[in-house]
Design a protein around this ligand. Structure first.
Ligand code: PLP
Ligand SMILES: N[C@@H](CCOP(=O)(O)O)C(=O)O
Length: 463
């Protein structure tokens, strides 16, 4: 399998190099040159298989023979063995045709574990084979950080630097990151917002001279294709569980950096029959505006009760644009350069094509609180505030009530006490393995939102 850049200029790479490269050298994101296909018969034969078997089939399609079959199988078994639920991502029926896909049974209680537990093992495998050491730089609005640290801390071959916006992640999220005191883990609280953190990380990938040319820089954000690949799996697993490919399925996805819903789009392109994708946002509604009105323009970042979705510049939307523009990297680059300075529009026929599949809704904080209460009364499920946006969007945007609608539950409510308490609950208890989180010692450094200062910190601390 070869991977190409969404900006069309960087060299094509194999899977191993894509995992170890992060951002392409032309500033683009890597995508497969051709999307692997599964026939309806093949998808139908997956009914009743364990999560790990479907994971192997999907991941193998992207990795090919770059990892021996037995090694890949045991990596997958180890990865999903860390999940607390035997089904890995269990599906709960909420009413006659609305389901909740629980993605928060991994070690750090958010959907990020599904991919980052796997990515940690892939990095260990590839770097170990090469006997190389790498520096990881990642940006987080709260969940990627802890999942990346948890996934990579056992890896001897990496030092990991995670940038989070200072005072803008929940206390549980911060402590999940800052109480990991391993020698290769560094948490940086950036005096800015998530977009600042992500911009500094991307700038560091675009200009790696600060590392002196010797150290490899690796990405753990969803710019890394392995993140998307691992997330494709649960779209197949959940769809097959409700009767796919004999029936179409719809998904409602709480969205921000667009990685999760883009993984669903890849499942669709691989052959999964999907009726619609509902993109749910919080008050940071750029994805809702571009999908519903073809208004692709920045607005100031707002701080909401669903902090992990407080993002304006959404990395993976570039991957969708590349597909909508028939892999025309120059057109994507031109659109995104203009987007940096002014509102832009997707060419009408291309936007129309996206609208055949995508709907969207923006859900503000007051509504999020209302939904948490309402969903609990109706279903007995306590939703985290991110999932609540998806739940409301699923109900509002549903095109066909006869088609099963699967809302992705992206995080455990215990991570977001503010919203849960505002909705009238006492809070949600942390699982046993985190019961003493509030007493653990923390370690982090506060730095300005300045690429040079952060790069100097990385150089000064890496082993
Ligand atoms: C809990 C939670 N829900 C939803 C999202 C949005 O996912 P994505 O960025 O892949 O669109 C994130 C992070 O971005 C998250 O942490
Ligand atoms: N919500 C994310 C933001 C980073 O997104 P990623 O999927 O690109 O890593 C977070 O929790 O950090």
């Amino acid at each position: 399998m070869r991977y190409i850049s969404t900006r069309g200029q960087a060299p094509a790479l194999n899977f191993e190099d894509v995992v170890l490269t992060g951002l392409a050298s032309d500033g683009g994101l890597y995508v497969p040159e051709t999307i692997p296909q599964f026939s309806a018969e093949e998808i139908a034969s997956w009914a009743g298989l364990p999560y790990t078997d479907i994971a192997y089939k999907v991941m193998h399609a992207f990795i090919g023979d770059e990892i021996p079959a037995d090694t890949l199988k045991s990596m997958i078994e180890d990865t999903y063995g860390t999940f607390k639920h035997d089904a890995v991502t269990p599906l709960k029926q909420l009413d006659s045709n609305h389901y909740l896909l629980e993605l928060f049974h991994g070690p750090t209680l958010a959907f990020k574990d599904v991919a980052l537990q796997m990515l940690g093992r892939l990095l260990d495998h590839f770097l170990g084979k090469r006997n190389e050491h790498a520096v990881i730089m990642g940006a987080t609005s709260g969940d990627t950080g802890s999942a990346a640290i948890e996934g990579c801390k056992p890896c001897d071959h990496v030092d990991i630097f995670i940038l989070h916006p200072y005072n803008r992640v929940s206390e549980v999220q911060r402590r999940q990151m800052t109480t990991v005191l391993a020698d290769n883990v560094f948490n940086i609280a950036v005096e800015g917002n998530f977009d600042d953190c992500q911009a500094i990380v991307k700038e560091s990938f675009n200009n790696q001279d600060f590392l002196g040319g010797k150290t490899r820089l690796v990405a753990v954000n969803s710019i890394n294709w392995a993140r998307i690949m691992a997330q494709v799996v649960y779209y197949f697993v959940s769809a097959v569980a409700v009767g796919s490919p004999h029936r179409k399925v719809s998904f409602s996805v709480p969205s921000a950096n667009f990685g999760d819903v883009f993984a669903g789009y890849i499942a669709y392109k691989m052959g999964l029959p999907v009726n619609q994708f509902v993109v749910a946002t919080n008050a940071n509604d750029i994805l809702h505006r571009v999908i519903s009105k073809n208004d692709f323009s920045k607005q100031p970042l707002l701080h909401t009760l669903s902090p992990s979705m407080d993002i304006v510049v959404s990395s993976n939307f570039e991957r969708l644009l590349f597909d909508l523009y028939d892999n025309d990297g120059a057109a994507v680059e031109d659109l995104l350069k203009r987007f940096n300075n002014e509102p832009v529009h997707i060419e009408q026929p291309r936007w129309d094509k996206a609208r055949e599949l995508f709907d969207s809704l923006s859900v503000d904080d007051d509504t999020t609180i209302e939904v948490i209460k309402e969903a609990f009364e109706r279903t007995g499920e306590l939703l985290d505030p991110h999932t609540a946006t998806g739940y409301r969007a699923a109900e509002t945007c549903n095109r066909d009530k006869a088609v099963p609608m699967i809302t992705l539950a992206t995080a455990h409510p215990a991570k977001f006490e503010d919203a849960i308490v505002k909705a009238g609950f006492k809070g949600a208890p942390l699982p046993a393995h985190m019961a003493d989180l509030m007493e653990r010692e923390e370690r982090f450094s506060v730095l300005p939102a300045d690429a040079e200062a952060i790069q100097a910190f990385v150089v000064g601390n890496k082993r």
